[in-house]
Design a protein around this ligand. Sequence first.
Ligand code: SAH
Length: 427
Amino acid sequence: MEKELTTLTAKPPAHDVTDLGLAELGAGRIEWAAREMPVLSQIRRRIAKEKPFAGLRIGACLHVTTETANLALALRDGGASVALCASNPLSTQDDAAAAIVARDGISVFARKGEDRDTYYKHIQAVLDTHPQITMDDGADVVTLLHTERRAQLPEVKGGTEETTTGVIRLRAMAAEGVLAYPIVAVNEARTKHMFDNQYGTGQSGIDGLLRATNILIAGKTAVVCGYGWVGRGVAVRLKGMGAIVIVCEVDPLRGLEAACDGYQVATVAEAAKRGDIFFTATGNLNVLGKDHFPLMKDGAILGNVGHFNDEIEIPALEKLASSKRTIRPFVEEYGVGGKSVFLLAEGRLLNHAAAEANPAAVMDMSFSNQVLAIEHILRSTLRPDVYSVRPEDDALVARLKLAAMGMKIDQMTEAQAQYARSWKAGT
Ligand code: SAH
């Protein structure tokens, strides 16, 4: 017998999505993702009983994906009313958005490919629900609340931040003394950045490249700008698929680490001449810029897996280019000095735009940390500041994940534990 996937809610809540008719498709894909999210499922079952979020209004600005849908469902089962908008105009999975509106009665304001105006209108729509907890991926909600909607600040108990660049911005706000409520930096959990950023984007970045271009990686020279967690993940996978990898860095330790990991290390200006494929993963701006495009080989392919569409200096590329055309979906050909340079996904997050973002198995850990972080905020009286995830929550997520993978680890014996604590043992 065919399994019933969706039960449409009688009256959908406030929403703005592309097509509610996609709900059936989305429901299947959300269920598929849930199979890879055993830790979140376990936490969801617990909070469905305990209801730690009873009566709580949560406003979330995250990539609207099947994985985020599972997070929203967990929060709802924990008692919260959730309103969700996109943290990037290109990353929304329209079917997932439709499913949680139509089937689960969750408010979603997100359409894949929305323009800048609509993007911000959608964040405003979430803020119109007067969230008591904010969830950000890039600090856009926090920024709006601290600029245009300050009157709402006293209503907010706390927030969470999912990504590296968002945390950097929040720390800047805290240092200036302008941050008005406590925020947990979920990205700082080791079970988040070591897995989501490294293994997740490492794989989905390549997935985006391949879906957009279908090129053979073996034998190509690939340049990875930035050797943080994301850059490391992408570089090792490119190497594994037979590319010659050049890493560009500004941090001498990371540069040295890349060299000892077996990569060539070079300046962007040098690498620009040699690369066939370029990935930016720095979280900074104009990493590939006006001085670099003219140096590139004919056919160079540029993709970004870092924070935003300013890692590649697109206005400079537009200015330099004598021609521009879409040669296939997500691939734009720019004519630069008689050569062609190909820009993927408008320089936006390639793994989100051209592929399906990071796989559920890593988002399982990131989003479990999100739930635990909100529980922690509600239990504590934190002053306005940026907080790390509690080490015990991080360890719990790792323990549950390993167990779900069917793997066991050892425990120190009492003698070992004592040895590890002692400073008197000598040689
Ligand atoms: N908000 C910024 C950049 C952050 S993208 C922007 O879009 O411009 C990086 C973040 O996306 C990571 O921290 C990761 O946790 C999140 N992410 C990756 N795959 C995801 C998925 N499948 N669902 C939801 N979020 C995802």
